[in-house]
Design a protein around this ligand. Structure first.
Ligand code: NAP
Length: 243
């Protein structure tokens, strides 16, 4: 594919885990990859790994909790690529000490929201003007089944025991952000969707997930590549997921 014809995809938190694999799969599908990472050394290393696989990739410094870095990233992309076709809001945290609502440390909940919710809003706002320059922008928010209020209310759900007050609620909030943003952008070509990767072996869970990162990235990539299709939805690899 001619470099000028490539769609441009920015993936946040792309130096490892599901984000790196989403970047790899979008790169293999012919996208130019802007590999968002807050740590320069880790970001450059990941970009080099993708380049070695023949992928058109470069690192973009981006920390969700640092507004100055978000502004600088937007200016950098404006100057070099001029637009973003696919924004994958993948960066997220699960913080040690998260737990039941009756006694969880409120600071853990607050710090989880700082990245997963406030940070995702901040990065989306910083980059939205560039997504609006795409003829068919896509925003994919990497959520979680743990963010489904329907699942959390079902005592028979396989993950019903995972009651993380900060993490689960931050992903439920991210789902709300998805629906609100999709509604705001409904008259543009931009589709906004939330995706549940499924339980995937990464550093986030001490590599306890039963899926590989290739499996964990698949639904995000599918939704990012949809030529047309739904907006304001929530899905996993088996189909529509309940809110
Ligand atoms: P991971 O391997 O721990 O990767 C998380 C990524 O987010 C890392 O690149 C990390 O950067 C980055 N990040 C964290 N805080 C950031 C910040 N303030 N600014 C910029 N980047 C930041 O976890 P993962 O499992 O791949 O998670 C990716 C996404 O999938 C998350 O949103 C997670 O909630 C979601 N998810 C995961 C699972 C699962 O089973 N793994 C299931 C459902 C949903 P550093 O390397 O610098 O820390």
């Amino acid at each position: 594919m001619n470099a000028a014809d490539r769609r441009i995809a920015l993936v946040t938190g792309a130096n490892k885990g599901i984000g790196l694999e989403v970047a790899r799969q979008l790169g293999k599908a012919g996208h130019r990859i802007l590999l968002g990472a807050r740590d320069k050394t880790r970001g450059l290393e990941a970009a080099r790994a993708l380049q070695a696989e023949g992928i058109d990739a470069r690192h973009v410094a981006l920390d969700l909790s640092d507004v100055a870095s978000l502004k600088a990233a937007a200016a950098d992309i404006e100057a070099h690529e001029g637009r973003i076709d696919v924004l994958v809001n993948n960066a997220g945290v699960a913080i040690q000490g998260d737990g039941l609502p009756g006694n969880v440390d409120v600071d853990v909940v607050r710090r989880t929201f700082e990245t997963n919710y406030f940070g995702t809003i901040a990065v989306t706002q910083a980059l939205l003007p560039l997504v609006k320059k795409s003829s068919s922008g896509r925003i994919v928010n990497v959520s979680s089944g743990l963010g489904s209020i329907t699942h959390n209310a079902d005592p028979d759900w396989p993950y019903a025991a995972v009651k993380l007050t900060g993490y689960n609620a931050s992903k439920a909030a991210l789902n709300m952000f998805t629906v609100l943003l999709a509604a705001e952008l409904k008259d543009t070509g931009i589709k906004v969707n939330a995706v549940d990767p499924g339980y995937t072996a990464t550093d986030l869970n001490g590599n306890s997930g039963h899926q590989t990162v290739a499996e964990g990235a698949a639904e995000t990539v599918r939704v990012a590549l949809l030529p047309d299709g739904p907006t304001g939805g929530f899905s996993n690899s088996e189909g529509v997921e309940p809110w």
